[in-house]
Design a protein around this ligand. Structure first.
Ligand code: ZN
Length: 464
């Protein structure tokens, strides 16, 4: 047996007097250092169990603290040890006044029964009790943590290392009080230096449990996207725990990485949200400025296009920069970097003002026949245009501007702005809907088409 194994075992010379007899329980037991022992449990008490090894037939006493926690739980369940720690015997009384009360007896005489539980102490006269049952009560339903601790304290000799060690385990496993547990672990090592290595493991174990509880808090805050609270807990951890321990330090660092990653994510999402709003507002503001321009009757055609071509965008950017309290350059960058895959496609038509900007042109790569047709078309249009001029019916852009509705102007200006400042998906050139692209009206004796002014086109801009 090597020295490490020796450390874990205390041989008992007089086996049996302290132990609860058991059926032989064949099993493998895992020790804290990762080794397995094959054998039989031949007895146990609240500090450990007696184990007969199959490899050398030796009988050893193994303290619970020699085992990893999951193994303690497994074996205690198996041996039915744990329930005795968390349950206590008590009474349930039924009274004539239909009261049912559970508690442990504080006083039990011929005349009265005094029961206590965690909420109150109740005195019953024996006469009023109809029935009394013996029941197993949950320790914490009967005693406060402090009462349990004081009670346990009396049972141990706290001048002994092993007793402090066992009390520490009780504080850790039953009372879930890690401060008290650490106090008694440390005292155990002070009194019995042979426990020092074990105590070091246990104290680190306690810190891991406590650290884990703090990290659960952080995880909860992270799930709620509450980065601020998560960082506060993280800072508390750094101030409180001894992170020279590499195990603890690793856990803290992983947590810190998770917090930073989420923080970054939240920042990006927030920026994305703001960008989205700015882009939406861009469209809204554009519409509002175009409407204002189209509705201003004092503006001539050339005033309006000058403004839309040169000033409107600047005004738009300035308004958004003021609204969001950022610099104009930033608004422009956000706009320029918008995701065109997500951007809606908008449509603005020049309508019956298309002729101002778009002229009839000769067809490309046409055959002789096609070109002859085109020349004939031009001849008819030119004739019609001359007749219209004679009757003073030829439109100028200024006259058209004065005649049309603000809605028509607004659409026209939108298309004009889009072509200069927005991302164009398509400039759609279609035949004029009035003359079907002939430029003259056959039904009206080849009179000039008053919608396209002989230019034959109707132009729509699709943009983002
Ligand atoms: Zn036309």
């Amino acid at each position: 047996m090597n020295s490490r194994i020796k450390f874990f075992f205390i041989f008992y010379l007089f086996i049996g007097c302290l132990l609860t007899p058991q059926f032989l329980q064949a099993m493998a037991v895992e020790l804290k250092d990762g080794q397995y022992l094959q054998g039989e449990i031949i007895g146990h008490d609240d500090q450990g169990f007696e184990f007969k090894r199959w490899d050398n037939e030796g009988v050893v006493y193994i303290y619970w603290y020699h085992l990893p926690p999951r193994e303690i739980t497994r074996l205690k369940n198996f041996l039915n040890v744990q329930p005795a720690e968390e349950k206590t015997k008590g009474y349930r009384v039924y009274t004539a006044g239909s009261e049912i009360f559970e508690g442990v007896p504080v006083e039990d005489s011929a005349e009265k029964l005094v029961l206590k539980n965690i909420n109150k102490t109740r005195t019953f006269s024996k006469k009023e009790i109809l029935k009394t049952e013996t029941v197993e009560l949950d320790l914490f339903a009967v005693y406060t943590k402090d009462e349990l601790y004081q009670e346990k304290n009396k049972k141990y000799d706290l001048n002994r290392g092993v007793d402090n060690y066992n009390l520490a385990q009780y504080c850790r496993d039953v009372l879930i009080d890690y401060v008290l547990a650490e106090k008694h672990f440390r005292k155990a090592a002070d009194l019995d230096p042979s426990l020092q290595n074990q105590v070091n493991l246990d104290v680190t174990g306690l810190e891991k449990i406590e650290l884990n509880q703090e990290i659960q808090k952080i995880m909860k805050f992270l799930r709620e996207n509450d980065i601020k609270s998560a960082k506060e807990v993280l800072q508390t951890i750094k101030n409180t725990f001894d992170l020279t321990n590499s195990d603890l330090n690793k856990i803290v660092q992983q947590t810190e990485t998770a917090v930073s990653a989420l923080e970054q994510q939240v920042k990006e999402n927030r920026q994305k949200g703001i960008n989205k709003k700015i882009i939406n507002d861009w469209h809204k503001e554009l519409k509002s400025l175009l409407r204002k321009t189209a509705g201003n009757t004092r503006l001539t055609y050339s005033d309006a296009i000058q403004y839309v071509a040169n000033l409107l965008k600047k005004e738009l950017v300035k308004k958004l920069a003021d609204d969001y309290e950022i610099i104009e350059k930033e608004v422009e960058t956000i706009w320029a970097n918008r995701d065109l895959k997500e951007a809606p496609q908008k449509t603005a038509g020049y309508g019956d003002g298309s002729w101002i900007l778009f002229r009839l042109t000769a067809p490309d790569n046409s055959t002789i026949e096609e070109f002859a047709k085109y020349r004939e078309k031009i001849r008819l249009i030119n004739n019609a245009r001359r007749l219209a001029a004679d009757k003073n019916k030829l439109l100028t852009s200024d006259v058209w501007w004065e005649q049309v509705s603000p809605t028509t102007k607004e659409k026209w200006l939108e298309a004009y702005f889009a072509e200069r400042q927005m991302t164009i998906v398509q400039v759609k050139k279609e035949n004029c809907s009035n003359c079907q692209g002939e430029g003259v009206l056959k039904s009206k004796n080849n009179e000039l088409c008053d919608r396209c002014q002989g230019e034959t086109l109707e132009v729509t801009v699709i943009y983002q």
